[in-house]
Design a protein. Structure first.
Length: 429
């Protein structure tokens, strides 16, 4: 057994006549987890319940997984890869890359980034909150596949889900007294990307096989931003970015959240300017197809964009590392990366930051903050019994009891959070 297929528990549970490899078992554990099912009721961009067409975090994750396998299929035909046996052996299997893509959003709380901001603010003196850090916590501790080790995934899968290998520093810039009624500015409380210090032992297990030099380098950050991630994580992140830039754009067009005029004023001129022959040649035609009344035309344009991006993946070397999983990463070619950035920026500026979307996020943000304070004020009275007992045990062991409250609120779907809030605070519920 490879060091990268080892599990945190140290066990190698194999049922009779089970011929799956370790990464196929990882994928099954993720697919059958409660955390994965909850993604069907968590917001991707727009509020769940407004329209049945658009994507939830679950459908988004399925699309990321499909793009991820497309990227690895492309890598297997890449001449740079084929010239190196190390790279040939390094390409993750479909089961492995699907595992990472399916699990990458497990830690996102309800109400989109509003939920993330709310929990980061409420945890400002208790270690902070960040969605990727919560994903790590779910797979290594919280998901009840095992008693103490979460999903107990393989070391390689766990490493692949660490997009930001650093520990979040506790924020202490101000207190709730300065913010009556939880009126905080979102930009002030966008979390630093990283892991929680509560989960340091699990992280140390993940990187145990690395040399001391690789460990030190892997943890390098600059201005609170990490510099490195694993080969597998780079593929997963690229798949996520493509899904965000292209498929979320499709949602916005179909739901009339963006107008044709906005696209032709903002995005098309940029697509025609960048140093990309494909974009210069086809961007006008693709733009017309994206906003066509014929659904098949739009689908064809979306497919063309995804195909162009997938087929322009490249491998880059980070020679300072000795471990192949860190020595190599993937990214888009120099001509295609600007194209994806234009798509992502258009979605961000015209959809995510639209006031009507931000108002929905703000409402959810305030609900989570209010519930956090209520549960913290009288936890044994208000929390569900198992959560209350865990909170009490953590307090008795002088642990981070606020993290227990945060875990509970972060696990809620949009609908569950709304129902719980109404039960606590609204007389009509």
């Amino acid at each position: 057994m490879s060091v990268w297929t080892e599990r945190l528990s140290g066990e190698n549970k194999q049922r009779p006549n089970d011929h799956r490899n370790p990464y196929q078992r990882d994928k099954a554990r993720i697919l059958h987890s409660a955390a994965f099912r909850r993604l069907q009721s968590k917001t991707q961009i727009l509020s769940v319940g407004q329209n049945d067409f658009y994507r939830t975090r679950l459908t988004h994750s399925l699309e990321v997984a499909q793009i991820g396998t497309g990227l690895t299929a492309q890598l297997r035909q890449n001449q740079q890869v084929l010239s190196s046996q190390t790279l040939i052996d390094l390409i993750p299997s479909d089961a492995l890359i699907e595992s990472l893509c399916l699990a990458h959003d497990l830690g996102h709380p309800s109400f989109g980034h509003g939920g993330e901001i709310a929990l980061n603010y409420m945890m400002r003196n208790s270690g902070g909150f960040e969605a990727n850090g919560q994903t790590f916590r779910i797979i290594t501790l919280l998901e009840p596949y095992t008693e103490h080790y979460g999903m107990d995934l393989t070391r390689r899968s766990t490493l692949g889900l660490i997009k930001y290998p650093q520990f979040i520093e506790t924020r202490s810039q101000d207190t709730a007294a300065n913010h009556p009624n939880y009126l905080i500015k979102a930009d002030d409380w966008k979390p630093t990307k990283g892991l929680f210090s509560d989960d340091k032992l699990c992280f140390e297990w993940v990187i145990k096989p690395l040399s001391e030099q690789d460990k030190s380098l892997f943890l390098t950050s600059q201005n609170n931003k990490t510099k490195f991630k694993s080969f597998d994580a780079s593929i997963m992140e690229l798949a996520d970015d493509i899904a965000y830039g292209v498929h979320d754009l499709e949602d916005a067009i179909v739901l009339d959240n963006v107008k044709k005029e906005q696209w032709f004023e903002q995005a098309l001129p940029q697509l025609q300017k960048i140093d990309n022959l494909w974009s210069k040649k086809y961007s006008q035609q693709l733009s017309d197809m994206l906003f066509s009344d014929q659904h098949h035309q739009r689908k064809s344009a979306i497919g063309a964009l995804v195909n162009h991006l997938i087929t322009n993946i490249k491998v880059v070397e980070q020679p300072e590392f000795s471990e192949p999983l860190l020595k190599y990463n993937t990214k888009l070619s120099e001509s295609s990366a600007p194209l994806l950035n234009i798509l992502k920026s258009f979605v961000y500026n015209n959809v995510i930051m639209a006031p009507e979307i931000q108002q929905i996020e703000f409402k959810g943000q305030r609900m989570l903050m209010t519930m956090f304070d209520a549960f913290k004020t009288d936890p044994l009275r208000l929390l569900p019994l198992p959560v209350g007992q865990l909170w009490q045990l953590t307090m008795s062991q002088q642990g981070n009891a606020d993290r227990i409250l945060c875990d509970y609120l972060a696990s809620m779907s949009d609908e569950q959070a709304t129902k719980t809030y109404n039960t606590l605070f609204n007389s009509y519920s």
